[in-house]
Design a binder for this molecule. Structure first.
Ligand code: TYM
Length: 767
C-alpha cells in the first residue's frame, strides 16, 4: 500500500500514507510543499478525491469494467506554475490497461489509434482530454454524495467489499507484501485503510475504491481539475498490441473540507454496484466522444472517396451530428434515438394511421387475423418504404377498394364480403438473421414475431436469410497459424470461425421456427448453402454498385476485407424473387415480378436503400414496384439498462435470452432494469414515474398483449397511484409476462430437432 513516482523534476519519497481511522480528520499535507529533497508526503485529500472520481469516471467514459484500472501514482512538480499552480504542485496519474487490439475487447468507446497514420490523431487526443476534463469537473460539481469508510486493515476492506475496489498498483503491492510475509513466516502489522464511495442520485454506486490516501474532501470544495496534456503527461497508446490510457491531472486550488469517516459496511450486499460494474458508456461526454470519433472516421472515408482529404476540427464534427448523439448504422446502434429524426435522416416515411387502416382492411377484414398486431397498434413498427404500394397490390388482388381517408368512416369491407382470390399472392416476405450467438435475445424476437403475424395475415410465402457468411466476415481475424498446422481444427488458434457460424445458423433457425411460421410457406436458408442459387443476381448487383457507394453507406475503408465490401449484395439478393427460381417460381408463378416486403428493425435499412437504388436494373419494366423491396421498420427493443441504443448479445446483463431460466429473468429484471420511478415512496406517490425512460414499462409495451391492462399500468405507475404505483409492482408484472413468453417459446423450441430444421431449410416450392 505504498506509492512513489520519480517525475522529471520531482523528488517524491515512499511514505506510509494510511493513518488511523480513529483519527479521520487528520490534516492534509500543505498543497505547496517546500522545495527540499528528499521529500515525504501523504497523498493530499484533493488528489485522493480526484483519484476516486476518475476511478468512477474513466470506466463510465470508456465503457469498460472498473477493474481494468491500472496503478495510481502521485507526483510533486515544480513546472506547474505556468498552468496557474503557484510554487509547483501535486499531480496524480492513473493508468488504464485495456488489453490489446485497440482495446476492442475491453472498451466500448473508440480511441484515437496511434498505428493508423491518422491525420486527425492530435485533434482526437486533444478532444479526448477536453471531454474527460469537462466530465470530471462536472462530476465534482454534481452534488453526488461522497462517503468515506474506515477499515482496520486492507484484509477487512477486501473481505467486506471484494477485490474490485483495488487498482492494479494496489493489487501488486498486496501481492508483494503477501509474498514477503510468507517468506519471513510472519504477518506485518495491519494498517488501517479507507474506501471512498461516490453515490449516484438513485442510490446506486458511481465509484467504490480503496484509496491512496486517508482523507477525502467534499466534492463541493474540490477545486478545478486540470488534465495535464504535454509530453510525458496524459497519453493514449492504442494499437494492435496494447491499449493504455494514462490520465495525469492536478487540482487547483482546493478548499479542503474533509469528509468524516464512518465504519465501513461489513459486506457489499447493501451497496448497489450494478451500474458501476457495467461495461457500457454511461457518461454523456463519453457517448459524445464516441459519436465524434465515428464522425471523424466517416468523414475520412468520404474525403477519401472524393480524393480531397480535409481535416475538420473537433468542434465542427460535434456540430455536425453530436447534437442528437444517436448512432444508427447496420453495425451499431447507440445514444438517445429520436425516431422522427431518423425518418428524416434515412428518408423513409412514417406509418400513418391511414396506412394502418389500409393494412387492417386487407388483413383483419379479410378474417385472417383478429386485430392489428400490438407492434402496429403501439407504433413499435413506425416507419416504412412503399407500404402504400403493397396495400394497393393486395387491394387489387382481393378486388376491394381502399378505405376512405376520412378517419371517422369505418372500413368498407368485412370478412364476409371477401372472396379469397384463386391466383397467387402477388408478394412475398423476406427477413433475416445474422447468427452471431447461439442464444437469441428478446430484441431479435421483435421482427420475427411480427413477420409471423404478417405471414398469417397475408397468407403469403416467406424467405428467411441466415447470414452466417456475414458474421464470419465481420467477426474476428485469422491468427498466424496455418490451416494445415497442428491444431488446425481449433478456431481459437487459426481464427477460422466459419464452421462456428454455420453451426449457429442451425441453432438460431430453431428459435426462428419456434416463432410459429406457416411451414409450407416458409423457406429458411443459410447463405453458405444457398448462395449458388442467388449468384446470378449477386453478380448483377455487384456490377451495379461502386465501392465508393458501399463505403459511403457502411463506412468501410481500404483496409476492410473484400468480403465485407462484397457482402451487401448478398443481403440485397433475396429482395428479388428471381433469386428463388424453385422456391418462389416452381412453375406456379412468375417469381421475377413478385413484390417483396421486408420487416426488420431500422438498423437494416442501409442495405435496402442501396438495393432500392439499383433494383430497376434487375427486373422487367412491369414489376409492380420497379423491383424495389418495400420495407416496414421497427424501433429497437431497448437494453435493460436504459432506453439508449438496442439490446445486444455481447452484454449478457443487458439482455434477456430465449434460453434464460425463470430465475435469470427475475434476477435480471429486478437488478438491472432501469427505473423511471422516483427515489422515495413519497416522491413516487406525488410525481409518479417517467414512463418514457422506464425499461419495465417500455418492455411491457412490446410484450403485454392486453391494451386495457397496459393503459391501466401506465396510468397507475405514471401517476404513482393505484394498483401499479411502484417500480417493484411493474417489474413483478413484467417478470410474469416474460416468464410465460420465454417458457412458451422454449416449449415450442424443444420439438424443433435438427431433422425438423432440415425440412424448413430444404429447397422446395412454398407458393
Ligand atoms: P441481426 O441478426 O443483427 O438481427 C436480426 C433482426 O433483429 C432485428 N433486431 C432488433 N429488433 C428490435 N430490437 C432490437 N434490439 C434488435 N436487435 C436486432 C434486426 O433489425 C434484424 O431484423 N444482417 C442481418 C441479417 C439479415 C436481415 C435480412 C435482417 C439478412 N437479411 C433481411 C432483416 C432483413 C443481421 O445481422 O441481423
Amino acid at each position: 500500500m505504498r506509492w512513489m513516482e520519480q517525475d522529471k523534476d520531482v523528488q517524491c519519497a515512499e511514505t506510509p500514507h494510511i493513518k488511523s481511522p480513529k483519527n479521520p480528520t487528520t490534516q492534509p499535507q500543505p498543497r505547496t510543499p517546500q522545495h527540499t529533497t528528499p521529500r515525504v508526503m501523504a497523498t493530499p485529500p484533493s488528489i485522493t478525491t480526484t483519484n476516486l472520481l476518475l476511478r468512477g469516471l474513466l470506466p463510465s467514459f470508456l465503457g469498460c469494467a472498473p477493474s481494468t484500472c491500472g496503478a495510481f501514482q502521485m507526483t510533486w512538480r515544480k513546472d506547474l506554475e505556468g498552468r496557474g499552480v503557484e510554487n509547483g504542485g501535486l499531480t496524480g496519474k492513473l493508468t488504464w490497461n485495456l488489453g490489446k487490439k485497440h482495446g476492442s475487447e475491453q472498451i466500448a468507446n473508440i480511441l484515437p489509434k496511434d498505428d493508423a497514420n491518422d491525420p486527425n490523431f492530435g485533434a482526437a487526443i486533444e478532444q479526448l482530454w477536453n471531454a474527460i476534463e469537462k466530465s470530471v469537473n462536472e462530476l465534482a460539481k454534481s452534488g453526488k454524495v461522497l462517503k468515506k469508510y474506515d477499515y482496520q486493515s486492507e484484509e477487512d476492506a477486501l473481505t467486506a467489499l471484494g477485490g474490485d475496489i483495488m487498482d492494479g498498483g494496489q493489487i501488486s503491492s498486496r501481492d508483494k507484501r503477501l509474498k514477503k510475509e510468507k517468506k519471513e513466516g510472519k504477518a506485518l502489522a495491519p494498517e488501517a485503510v479507507c474506501v471512498g464511495h461516490v453515490l449516484n442520485d438513485d442510490g446506486s454506486t458511481y465509484a467504490l475504491a480503496l484509496l491512496h490516501g486517508d482523507s477525502l474532501i467534499e466534492l463541493s470544495s474540490l477545486g478545478t481539475i486540470k488534465i495535464l496534456r504535454e509530453k510525458n503527461e496524459s497519453a493514449v497508446v492504442c494499437n494492435k498490441k496494447k491499449c493504455e490510457v494514462t490520465v495525469k491531472f492536478c487540482v487547483i486550488p482546493a478548499d479542503e473540507k474533509l469528509v468524516d469517516g464512518v465504519a465501513g459496511p461489513e459486506n457489499a450486499s447493501n451497496i448497489d454496484l450494478s451500474q458501476c460494474m457495467e461495461k457500457n458508456i454511461r457518461d454523456e461526454e463519453g457517448l459524445k466522444y464516441k459519436v465524434y470519433m465515428e464522425q471523424l472516421a466517416l468523414k475520412a472515408i468520404k474525403s477519401d472517396a472524393v480524393a480531397s482529404p480535409e481535416i475538420i476540427s473537433p468542434e465542427q464534427v460535434q456540430e455536425m451530428d453530436v447534437a442528437d448523439d444517436m448512432v444508427v448504422t447496420a453495425f451499431e446502434v447507440s445514444g438517445n434515438i429520436d425516431y422522427s429524426k431518423l425518418i428524416d435522416k434515412f428518408g423513409s416515411k412514417p406509418l400513418t394511421p391511414y396506412l394502418l387502416k389500409r393494412l387492417e382492411n386487407v388483413t383483419v377484414k379479410r378474417g385472417t387475423v383478429d386485430k392489428l398486431h400490438r407492434f402496429l397498434r403501439r407504433e413499435i413498427f413506425f416507419s416504412h418504404r412503399d407500404i402504400e404500394k403493397i396495400c394497393e397490390l393486395l387491394e387489387e388482388w382481393y378486388g376491394v377498394s381502399p378505405p376512405p381517408e376520412d378517419e371517422e368512416n369505418d372500413l368498407p369491407a368485412t370478412a364476409a364480403t371477401y372472396t379469397e382470390p384463386t391466383t397467387q399472392c402477388p408478394l412475398y416476405l423476406y427477413t433475416g438473421r445474422g447468427p452471431s450467438s447461439s442464444a437469441m435475445h428478446l430484441g431479435h424476437l421483435v421482427p420475427f414475431l411480427f413477420t409471423a403475424w404478417l405471414q398469417k395475415a397475408f397468407r403469403c410465402p416467406l424467405v428467411i436469410q441466415m447470414t452466417d457468411d456475414e458474421k464470419f466476415l465481420f467477426k474476428g481475424e485469422y491468427s498466424g497459424d496455418n490451416a494445415g498446422d497442428e491444431g488446425a481444427a481449433d478456431p481459437n488458434r487459426t481464427g477460422d470461425n466459419l464452421d462456428h457460424f454455420a453451426n449457429l445458423t442451425i441453432e438460431n433457425a430453431k428459435d426462428i421456427i419456434a416463432c410459429d411460421f406457416i411451414k409450407d410457406k416458409t423457406f429458411i436458408f443459410s447463405d453458405l448453402d444457398y448462395v449458388g442459387r442467388m449468384y446470378p443476381n449477386i453478380v448483377r448487383i455487384w456490377k451495379a454498385v461502386t465501392v465508393n457507394q458501399v463505403n459511403g453507406v457502411f463506412g468501410f475503408d481500404s483496409s476492410s476485407n473484400i468480403g465485407k465490401v462484397a457482402f451487401p449484395a448478398i443481403q440485397a439478393a433475396p429482395s428479388f424473387g428471381s433469386s428463388f427460381p424453385k422456391v418462389l417460381g416452381g412453375g406456379k408463378a412468375n417469381a421475377v415480378t413478385l413484390a417483396c416486403l421486408i420487416p426488420c428493425a431500422i438498423d437494416q435499412d442501409p442495405y435496402f436503400r442501396l438495393t432500392r437504388d439499383i433494383a430497376h436494373k434487375l427486373v422487367p419494366r412491369h414489376h409492380p414496384l420497379q423491383g424495389k423491396p418495400a420495407l416496414i421498420h421497427s424501433k429497437f427493443f431497448p437494453p435493460l439498462q436504459g432506453a439508449q441504443g438496442k439490446m445486444s448479445s455481447s452484454d449478457t446483463n443487458s439482455a434477456i435470452f430465449l434460453t434464460d431460466t425463470p430465475e435469470d429473468i427475475e434476477r435480471k429484471i429486478k437488478v438491472h432494469a432501469f427505473s423511471g420511478g422516483q427515489e422515495t415512496k413519497k416522491l413516487q406517490e406525488e410525481l409518479g414515474a417517467n414512463l418514457d425512460v422506464d425499461v419495465s414499462y417500455q418492455w411491457l409495451r412490446f410484450f403485454l398483449e392486453d391494451d386495457d391492462e397496459l393503459i391501466k399500468i401506465g396510468q397507475s405507475y405514471g401517476s404513482g397511484k393505484g394498483e401499479f404505483w411502484s417500480t417493484g409492482l411493474v417489474k413483478a408484472k413484467l417478470v410474469e409476462v416474460l416468464k410465460h413468453l420465454v417458457a412458451d417459446h422454449q416449449n415450442r423450441r424443444k420439438n424443433v430437432i435438427e431433422d425438423v430444421v432440415r425440412e424448413w431449410m430444404s429447397e422446395r416450392c412454398i407458393l
